[in-house]
Write a protein that binds this ligand. Sequence first.
Ligand code: UDP
Ligand code: MG
Length: 324
Amino acid sequence: MTALSVVIPMYNEEAVIPALVARLRPVLDSLDVGYEVIAVDDGSADATASLVEQHRAEWPELRLIRLRRNSGHQAALTAGLHRSFGEWVVSIDADLQDPPETIREMLRVAVEQNLDVVYGVRGDRTTDTVFKRNTAGLYYRLMRRIVGPDLPSQAGDFRLVSRAVVDVLRRMPERVPVYRLLIPSLGFSSGAVAYTRERRAAGETKYPLRKMVALAWDSTADFTAAPLRLATWLGMAAFAASLVAMVFGLVVWANGTVIPGWTSLFLAVLLFAAVQLICLGLLGEYVARIYRTLQSRPAFHIGSDSAETPAPIVPAQRTPATTP
Ligand code: UDP
Ligand code: MG
């Protein structure tokens, strides 16, 4: 029986795989429970998949799931979570920034305190760059405002969840949720284990600024429609301002001192055009989300899975309309 599944998303991680295997395997072997390690190759362009395949020859617990193309960190996590067999599932980064030794502690806390979720909380991030620390700090502050104070701060995707949580996640219709926000919002009993964020063992970050911004926007739009309300607030502010301007305009007209007023008109037109476009763009972002949800295309495609899955996993689908 598989007691523990360890899900590791990997995108172009050939440089860290030897170090990862060397450090992870002794930890898991010493746990004395049945386990599987699911390496999810997120469409890597380098030798990630073939390296994992090589290691599988002498490490039978290692399993390889290949996505057909690069689908992103959260999609790779979804693939691993949905296909895992373990009673407990840990997700961990490939680059050894999350120390594998912490898994033992997470499992102990979960079993002893009978918890469904154990977060790995980054106590010390001094090995991250100043930029990463500041942007991450900003992200977690914003998310706590949106999701609520229950959200563990500085808890990324290094966490342990029980089968009950995985079952709930599998039934969620969302294509690719932002797990670090979704899981706390489910309300399962949870605990935390602090760890020190280490330096990336090898290779480079796979999270350029572009992906960080995309994650922040996904996190916001998935959890709140507040940006849409911006249009309402801006509209009300503009209405109040225009009342004042109307009175001013009438007074000036009554005094007979009407001036050409080209500059003020020009600026007002520019400002309102810009504000309207921003609001329209925000609206479009949400409409696009509705559209994508309706299309219900899977967020990733499984190319291969080294373990034989007993039942094919069908992504959330609507019941097909019956033809008369
Ligand atoms: N990752 C992935 N697909 C992507 C980007 C990243 O599977 O498109 C994986 C990556 O291989 C690593 C984890 O997500 O295991 C976290 O990425 P990284 O360490 O580069 O992010 P950082 O620690 O710099 O935030
Ligand atoms: Mg990393």
